[in-house]
Ligand binder design. Sequence first.
Ligand SMILES: NC(=O)c1ccc[n+]([C@@H]2O[C@H](COP(=O)([O-])OP(=O)(O)OC[C@H]3O[C@@H](n4cnc5c(N)ncnc54)[C@H](OP(=O)(O)O)[C@@H]3O)[C@@H](O)[C@H]2O)c1
Length: 278
Amino acid sequence: MKKITIITGASSGMGAEFASQLFNEYEFASDKKSAAQNREIWLIARSNEKLLQTAEKILSSKSPDSPAKTKIRTFSLDLTGTPGVYKFDGLLKSEAANEDFEVECLINNAGFGTYGPFDETSSEKELAMIELNCTALTGICSCVLKYLNSGSQIINVSSLAAFMPLGNFAVYAATKAYVLSFTVALAAELEPKGIKVCALCPGSVSTNFANVASNGKRKEVLHGRDPVKVVRHCLKKAKKGKKIILTFPKWKFLSFASRFAGKFTVAKLTYKFAKRPH
Ligand SMILES: NC(=O)c1ccc[n+]([C@@H]2O[C@H](COP(=O)([O-])OP(=O)(O)OC[C@H]3O[C@@H](n4cnc5c(N)ncnc54)[C@H](OP(=O)(O)O)[C@@H]3O)[C@@H](O)[C@H]2O)c1
């Protein structure tokens, strides 16, 4: 049966990196059974042009005399909210009408943040963020359930921001706390079926995140870490069945320390000192 890997938010940043690393893993698998699988990677985001560029870049690692066995397909979809989930569900259903498949791996990575105090940010953008970071992620998990088998994997991208309420990042941190809580509970429910579920909780990573969160006023994520390392570590730990993935010692320390810090104190301190352009 065909095995599909679905990556949302695959047109840039960590999503594109997940696609690239999984493609290489599938193409260069040393295990003969794994190498013989009929696989597809689905890249989903809004920008068709960026998706095609990502796919082209990934496929360029293959030489013409050894064409790729893994097919890469791109789908330009706005996943926001219930309408986004219906579009995604329609995609799965139309595929299922043509051919049997299982979802080998789902990476719910599409998401964005907003910098700034709540009373100065656009409520339209905050609500769209909840609709993408929480509603779409939940709906997508629900839609894929019937296509998962023992051995399938779900990776939901949360954030280090999930561990504490953060001033100047209030709604974003709340959405990622939702993702973390939902993911760990889902991991417990799906474990008896042999399905691994985990939450990736990155701190700052060098992607387009800051550009979107600051409405173009900050181009780079400050002190951003290399997405290649974050994704490599995540895929390794996810396979081992880790439920909450924190890449670097500093991120592990901060998530641990959050257990002892007062929630209001952290929110107040970040409101006072963690100012970002918005
Ligand atoms: N970078 C960080 O410091 C950091 C830290 C912690 C967690 N995260 C999380 O990591 C995930 C990936 O973000 P990133 O850092 O890689 O940022 P990014 O480079 O901005 O990537 C975000 C991806 O989401 C897609 N996307 C945005 N809105 C969408 C929509 N409505 N429908 C479908 N796709 C949509 C974007 O593509 P289109 O614009 O083409 O749709 C893009 O592919 C997010 O969930 C983010 O919250 C990031």
